[in-house]
Design a protein around this ligand. Structure first.
Ligand code: ADP
Ligand code: GN1
Ligand code: MG
Length: 371
């Protein structure tokens, strides 16, 4: 069945009326398949995001959608309490005729939510103000969810940011070596094992009671926040599949990993890969302007380190997937995951070279933010 026909069938189940007048592919991330569909009825045009959930990654769509629907309803209330426009700052999911917020059809699991008009996403930073604005949006997101009952959240991917377990998974993949690729990546494997102690740092801080669990997004890539076409400000955090209890540092570090890189995460020319200190500063400023007062001392002290850790972890995951035969992340060519892993490891080195400077920047901006 063509995707247009699939969307027409789905529209019937999600109570969308009118004619499908336009449709385009919006797949941008590495996991789900995303489309924008426009319907018209009596001269009224409505746009939706129609998304095929990757059920190899998210094995329990009921639990996944329960998290997302409850969190978005909660966020809507918080946003409206402030008198802000929840229709632009929060996603709204449609209920299907089954009473669930997804619909299974032809072996795939689909969800539909409102498209936020006059918005766009970025895959790299155009100028610093965009990154500061993204930092504010992710900080606000965390602050808005600070009173959310964390214990009610389902763990949509077990041990998602458990870095030591990610390293263990890599070691298993090296032993299994199902594609016979391990020999060709000895340097990369050594790079990971040399930094094995770093992997435990945040979990140890948690065990010592120095950093708390919070409701976190866990996938704070720059293209997971929508910008407003008119104001160019970040308005809405999207891609809510991995909302789970986590550390604030996961969200901070992952945002720097992606948006603070001087190039894309899959640039094969490693000379282009570096940490932009200016972008780092902008994000710290935005993030801390919204949540500095809520952070513990250990959280603040480890912001710069978290950028290194999350970059390391993502590199480990790309390398593992390369060894496993590219079964998790969407790839466009056979070496894609390896290119991504090398890019991330180069960025880890650059962050290591700049860590002292980055910590100092955090200290200065933090002192300003808590004044
Ligand atoms: P993935 O899990 O594949 O990363 P996302 O949920 O991030 O999927 O959506 C993919 C892209 O679709 C986003 O980067 C964004 O450009 C666009 N998008 C998603 N939701 C909306 C929305 N509600 N309004 C406008 N654009 C959206
Ligand atoms: C995936 O779906 P997307 O592209 O936003 C991945 C993240 C990685 C990221 C690397 C559920 O995010 O964890 O950091 O790729 N999402 C999942 O670019 O695994
Ligand atoms: Mg995304």
């Amino acid at each position: 069945m063509s995707i247009q026909n699939e969307i027409k069938v789905l529209a019937g189940h999600f109570n969308i009326e009118g004619e499908l007048i336009d449709f385009s592919v919006y797949t941008d991330g590495h996991i789900n398949s995303t489309y924008r569909a426009t319907f018209e009825k009596d001269d009224v045009v409505e746009r939706y995001i129609v998304q095929g959930i990757n059920t190899r990654v998210f094995k329990n769509p009921d639990e996944l959608m329960e998290n997302i629907v409850n969190v978005t309803k909660y966020l809507k209330e918080r946003i409206e309490e402030r008198g802000a426009d929840s229709s632009r700052q929060c996603l709204e999911f449609l209920e299907a005729d089954t009473g669930k917020y997804y619909f299974s059809h032809n072996g795939k699991c689909w969800r539909i939510y409102r498209y936020i008009d006059k918005s766009y996403t970025l895959n790299y930073i155009k100028n610093r103000s965009f990154f500061e604005s993204a930092g504010k949006a992710f900080g606000r997101f965390q602050r808005n969810l600070s009173g959310y009952p964390m214990e009610t959240l389902n763990e949509t991917i077990k041990d998602f940011h458990n870095t030591p377990k990610r390293v263990e998974a890599l070691e298993k993949s090296v032993s299994a070596d199902v594609k016979g690729r391990a020999n060709s990546v000895e340097n990369e494997i050594k790079f990971v094992l040399d930094r094995k102690e770093d992997a435990k740092v945040l979990l140890n801080l948690y065990k010592e009671g120095l950093i708390p669990l919070r409701v976190t997004h866990n996938d704070t890539k720059l293209n997971n926040v929508l910008f407003d076409e008119d104001t160019n400000k970040a308005i809405c955090v999207i891609d809510l599949d991995t909302i789970m209890p986590g550390f604030s540092l996961y969200d901070f570090g992952d945002a720097i990993r992606y948006g603070g890189n001087t190039t894309k995460e899959d640039d094969a020319n490693l000379d282009n890969v570096n940490i932009s200190i200016e972008l780092f500063k902008s994000y710290v400023r935005g993030f801390l302007s919204t949540c500095a007062k809520a952070l513990t001392k250990a959280e603040v002290d480890h912001l710069a380190f978290s950028a290194k850790l999350m970059t390391y972890e993502c590199g480990v995951r790309f390398l593992t997937d390369y060894l496993d035969g590219d079964v998790y992340f969407r790839t466009e060519y056979p070496e894609h995951n390896l290119v991504r892993a090398r890019n991330q490891f180069k960025l880890v080195e650059e962050i290591e070279n700049n860590l002292t400077r980055m910590k100092k920047i955090v200290e200065e901006i933090y002192l300003e933010a808590i004044k």
